[in-house]
Design a protein around this ligand. Structure first.
Ligand code: CS2
Ligand code: MG
Length: 402
């Protein structure tokens, strides 16, 4: 079997998605997600100019050899653009292999380890009351786990909170918008938010919260301690994790479980965090961390240190990534939880998928491969529209982490 061609499909059904399609001489093709929010066209060029020409003629069954060829052969290893491109190739090749075997992808990984996949969704509001309403709706929809984000008194906007009456989409302008942040206002407010949620909904619902890289280690330690009475499922991205040792200090001060890694693209980004057990969940995901082949290495390494998976699953990771992630979640022994922000009907219209969702849980479907495909003619109706993520400034104007 040989790869005879590949194409990159860029579309924007409500937000930008980049999809790789690899075709073979036996008519079987595979699909991979190559979406990097706010930097989409860099991955398109990496694939079209530097990867696809090298794939032609290769045996698509040699997934690992092709992964090593693209990783080591680049010389310039790691980084979000290159690893997203490698991830798209990797997932497309796993899709081909499973289709040829006439098996759902999870069977090639080792079969299912569970009956269903617990997911969490987002609940957010401009204030505590509207956030409580959103949490209540998520619970009514059957979710067992809810991520809680709220507007902060004294700040016009903040991460994770949709503009009035809109679905949350951070990449909402052709040039970066500017948010204003106050750590003091946030730290004084966050415990009140979770006190209100637990008081109204009790202790059974799993609560998650995303700090989105904004605290220093000692600030994160304070927040973790002050949230302990509310027994969070996890506190996410409390501190920027480029310096993995930062989490040692947080870990020493709090028993609140910690999750990190949606921006990681290599096992080396999380090696120290995992082997020192500074974290409880690794958020690295298939589309940005080199595909299934590298995510398997990360998950197996994490399992040695009691660290579970918690795949990133925002709407800027396409249904193709979700499809592949669910097959991985079905298999991976140290599964933690899967993030899900429901796609809009417009987004879903461009993709067909086999996964099922019911009252807070997914199952990946039994179609051969990962079960997701793209309608190329429909995708053409949604041309690319540049959209960038916001930046964040402190109240004194200092550029901060968004
Ligand atoms: C967030 C994401 O879902 C999450 O945990 O951190 O919404 C993140 O902001 C976006 O994926 C960035 O593109
Ligand atoms: Mg996050």
């Amino acid at each position: 079997m040989k790869i005879t061609g590949a194409k990159v499909i860029v579309c924007s059904p409500g937000r930008n998605f980049v999809t790789l399609k690899i075709v073979t001489d036996e008519g079987v093709y595979g699909i991979g997600d190559a979406t990097l929010n706010g930097r989409e066209l860099s991955v398109v060029s990496y694939l079209e100019d530097h990867v696809i020409p090298t794939l032609i003629g290769k045996d698509p069954h040699r997934i690992e050899d092709i992964w090593q060829f693209l990783y080591r052969g680049a010389y310039w290893r790691r980084g979000p653009v290159g690893m997203t491109a490698i991830a798209a190739v990797d997932v497309a090749l796993w899709d081909i292999k499973a289709k040829v075997a006439k098996l759902p992808l999870y069977q090639l990984l080792g079969g299912r380890s569970r009956d269903k996949i617990m997911t969490y969704t987002h609940a957010n509001g401009v204030c505590i009351d509207s956030t409580l309403d959103a949490v209540g709706k998520a619970i009514d929809d059957g979710y067992q786990a809810v991520r809680v984000q709220s507007g902060i008194p004294g700040l016009d906007s903040t991460y994770g909170v949709a503009k009035e009456g809109k679905k949350y989409e951070p990449a909402d302008a052709a040039l970066p918008g500017e948010n204003v942040w106050s750590t003091q206002k946030y730290l004084n407010f966050a415990p009140k938010l979770f006190d209100a949620v637990r008081s109204q909904f009790g202790n059974d619902i799993h609560l998650l919260h995303d700090v989105h890289h904004r605290l220093t280690p000692i600030e994160a330690a304070r927040l973790g301690k002050e949230l302990e009475p509310f027994h969070l499922f996890w506190l996410e991205d409390a501190v920027v994790a480029e310096n993995q040792d930062s989490f040692r200090l947080v870990r020493e001060h709090t028993t609140t479980p910690l999750a990190v890694g949606e921006v990681f693209n290599s096992i080396h980004d999380c090696r120290s965090l995992i082997q020192n057990q500074y974290i409880d969940y690794i958020r690295a995901t298939i589309v940005h961390a080199g595909g299934i082949s590298q995510m398997r290495r990360i998950a197996d390494f994490a399992s040695l240190y009691h660290v579970k998976t918690g795949f990133h699953g925002a709407t800027d990771l396409s249904p193709v990534c979700m499809g592949a992630a669910l097959h991985f979640d079905y298999w991976v022994p140290n599964f933690g939880i899967q993030e899900q922000m429901p796609f809009s009907e417009e987004m879903e219209s461009v993709f067909t998928f086999d996964y099922k969702f019911s009252r807070g849980f997914f199952t990946p479907g039994e179609a051969p491969g990962h079960g997701v495909d793209i309608d190329e003619s429909l995708a053409k109706k949604y041309p690319y529209k540049r959209a960038m993520l916001p930046v964040n400034r402190l109240e004194d104007g200092t550029l901060w982490n968004w």
